[in-house]
Design a protein around this ligand. Structure first.
Ligand SMILES: Nc1ncnc2c1ncn2[C@@H]1O[C@H](COP(=O)(O)OP(=O)(O)OP(=O)(O)O)[C@@H](O)[C@H]1O
Length: 312
């Protein structure tokens, strides 16, 4: 369990984290989302005592991280995506961490097995691929058999097999009643991995809800395709219904269910070639939530940039 109360971090005049309150509960995977610069990494660093709050506090299993007698046994963290550049083997790297934290040697072999590193455990860490480096970081985070796991962008740079593996791993970890806080910019992956989502924007919490609630907040629409789409669109025009033309023969309808649209088309004798109810995705919901929260925004759309390039 992680509990933040009025948690604040200022760097000079910049408020990176602005008096936020949230709880990360055991038994589920909590996703931590937000645009670049929203304050996710700063918050994670404060949770594990790498940064001191300017005000407020954050507790892990009831105490500030630094006050735990054996913090590695409370929280495992993977905060840097970079591989560890060392001439040591993976096994020796993990053994050295274990030795300085009073963790028995046999636990090193357990985490090597858990993270699928056995075939490379004797190899030099400096030569590891990004994916192997991520697994090694996770192995180090698991050394103390912690009840809480904090992972900053754990699937960054991983191949599809690695992404799938991390997803399965954290879901299983949470299913054991443990706590997982995970950040990622990959919305489709987050939708599959997380149960609960906290969204930060410019240092504040802008959403804190289950994935189902967040996705459910996006509007469902119906995609309709017909060779006589204009006649269908005219038939549907009424207050509280929005009809958007997206192609010569396609409209998107908000405010009416698919069966009513199908009946309306039949009533004017028009054949439909497609009638699809489209549920908004986590990505749609996220884009809506963070529209006004992005710190670094590109003002030129890819299409406009491309057109300009062609014109030159
Ligand atoms: N050591 C620091 N000194 C000054 N400003 C900092 C420092 N660390 C972070 N910041 C600023 O605080 C804000 C929050 O940064 P943070 O790295 O926590 O965001 P983030 O949500 O993790 O972003 P990203 O998705 O890019 O990793 C940013 O504006 C950043 O520039």
């Amino acid at each position: 369990m992680i509990e933040a109360t009025s948690l604040t971090k200022r760097y000079g005049a910049k408020t990176a984290v602005d008096s936020i309150d949230f709880a990360v509960r055991p038994g589920q995977v909590t996703g931590f989302l937000g645009p670049n610069g929203a304050g996710k990494s700063t918050t994670m660093r404060m949770i594990v005592g790498l940064d001191r709050p300017s005000a407020g506090r954050v507790l892990v299993n009831g105490k500030p991280y630094a006050e735990h007698a054996a913090p590695l046994r409370e929280v495992g963290a993977l905060l840097e995506a970079k591989a560890v550049h060392t001439g040591r083997s993976a096994r020796n790297h993990l053994r050295s961490i274990a030795a300085t934290h009073g963790i028995p040697r046999r636990r090193v072999d357990e985490v090597i097995d858990l993270t699928g590193l056995h075939s490379v455990a004797g190899k030099r860490v400096g030569g590891f691929s990004l994916g192997m480096g991520q697994r090694l970081g996770l192995a180090a985070a698991l050394l103390g058999d912690p009840a809480t796991l904090i992972l900053d962008e754990p699937v960054n740079g991983l191949d599809p097999e690695g992404v799938l593996w991390v997803r399965g791993f954290v879901r299983q970890f949470a299913a054991q009643g443990r706590t997982v806080l995970l950040s990622s910019h990959l919305m489709s992956e987050m939708a599959l991995t997380a149960d609960h989502i906290i969204v930060l924007g410019k240092g504040r919490v802008i959403a804190n809800a289950t994935v189902a609630e967040i996705v459910g907040s996006t509007q469902t629409f119906v995609r309709v395709r017909s060779p006589r789409i204009d006649e269908v669109a005219r038939r549907l025009t009424q207050p509280d219904v929005t009809v958007t033309s997206v192609d010569a023969d396609v409209i998107e309808v908000r405010g009416l269910p698919a069966d009513v649209i199908g009946d309306a088309a039949l009533s004017v004798g028009v054949a439909l070639h497609e009638l699809t109810t489209v549920q908004g995705s986590l990505e749609d919901a996220y884009m809506n939530l963070t529209r006004d929260e992005v710190e670094y925004r590109t003002t030129v759309t890819p299409d406009a940039a491309l057109a300009e390039g062609i014109a030159r």
